[in-house]
Design a protein around this ligand. Structure first.
Ligand code: MG
Ligand code: ZN
Length: 349
């Protein structure tokens, strides 16, 4: 109750503030495993074009974790989400064992509408970095429980089974009273609810080439229509989760199709941001995956040839693209934790 009351007070402070000034919306897009070579390959394979070319500023992010030069998605997700580096595998807790508030939670406390979209399950490391505090990313049932008790307003991703078939016998979907759970794009489009959960799959969603649907760009488009009709600023995180998985498989075609879907989603986001004028868009990666090299191909034929040097991640810096208000903050070379600091600066009055 105390927490809720303090949120209520913040809302009052926020409402009186918002009469004078507009808060910046943030759309953070994370291509998991999307290093510069994934982008280059995806661009050449797509008529030498990517939506990223329209961004205003480009920076580089140092992705190492508190214990390893090669990070995993939990440590790097936590770094970007909370501003603290941590050990590989840890979500939302820093290297001194202190749980930290994420940018989504800071925004929520300021009256923002919040949303998470992923092409993995919603309890997977990247989206979970924004709401969960657990020592191990594999604690899916604990992560699901934490999401059920959180106040993320809209979430879309796979992983329904972690909410309804659980070792503790609870059905979290029944406990999440404020939410409408939609089961199709049509239902999602029609829903008038303030809080929406959309489980796209019971487990991890399949690859795009194996028929994953709906496409991320449709989910993004409808989410933006809904969110922009609310009378509050918003924070949204969108993950292209499987760019990483294609790269782990050392499967260039898998990676390329996932990147291209993510690129189409970026295009939708940019169209929105251009019209809106008050939305900061950041596109980055948590790390590179596969140690991919682009070693041949043909630009005019849209063919690329690549080789991978590892089945795991690599430690190279990753690019950060930014567009909109405060986008200038994101040029230069900085720690991945600075992405949190810069977003915080962008939303702080
Ligand atoms: Mg991920
Ligand atoms: Zn990975």
């Amino acid at each position: 109750m105390r927490l809720k009351f303090s949120h209520f007070l913040l809302l009052i402070v926020f409402s009186s503030y918002s009469q004078n000034q507009k808060h910046t919306n943030i759309i953070l897009m994370i291509g998991d495993g999307m290093g510069l070579t994934q982008i280059s390959s995806g661009m050449y394979a797509n008529n030498n074009a990517t939506a990223l070319e329209e961004f205003e500023f480009v920076g580089l992010s140092k992705t190492y974790s508190s214990d390893q030069i090669v990070t995993d998605s939990a440590a790097s997700g936590t770094a970007m989400a909370t501003g603290y580096k941590t050990l590989n595998g840890v979500l939302g807790i820093d290297s001194q064992n202190i749980p930290q508030m994420s940018i989504l939670e800071h925004c929520n406390a300021m009256g923002y509408y919040t949303a998470l979209l992923a092409t993995s399950s919603i309890v997977h490391a990247t989206p979970a970095s924004f709401y969960a505090k657990v020592p191990a990313r594999s604690q899916y049932q604990d992560i699901a429980l934490q999401l059920s008790e959180h106040n993320v307003d809209l979430f879309i991703g796979g992983g329904k089974k972690h909410f309804e078939s659980r070792e503790d016998g609870r059905n979290l979907l029944k406990e999440m009273k404020g939410y409408e759970f939609v089961t199709s794009l049509k239902e999602f489009e029609k829903s008038m609810s303030d809080k929406i959960g959309y489980f796209t799959y019971s487990d991890e969603p399949p690859t795009l080439t194996n028929g994953r649907s709906p496409g991320l760009e449709s989910l993004v488009e409808i989410s933006l229509q809904k969110i922009s009709s609310k009378n509050s600023p918003f924070f949204m995180m969108i993950e292209g989760s499987q760019i990483d998985w294609g790269s782990h498989d050392n499967n260039l075609d898998y990676m390329l199709s996932e990147f291209q879907e993510f690129d189409r989603a970026i295009k939708k986001v940019l169209e929105f941001a251009k019209k809106d004028g008050n939305t900061l868009v950041i596109v980055t990666a948590d790390h590179e995956t596969g140690g991919l090299s682009l070693i041949g191909g043909n630009v005019s034929k849209g063919r690329v040839k690549g080789t991978f040097s590892t089945k795991g991640h690599s430690g190279t810096m990753v690019p950060v693209f930014s567009y909109g208000p405060h986008s200038n903050l994101f040029s230069g070379i900085y720690e991945n934790t600075a992405i949190f600091d810069k977003m915080k600066q962008a939303v702080t009055p």
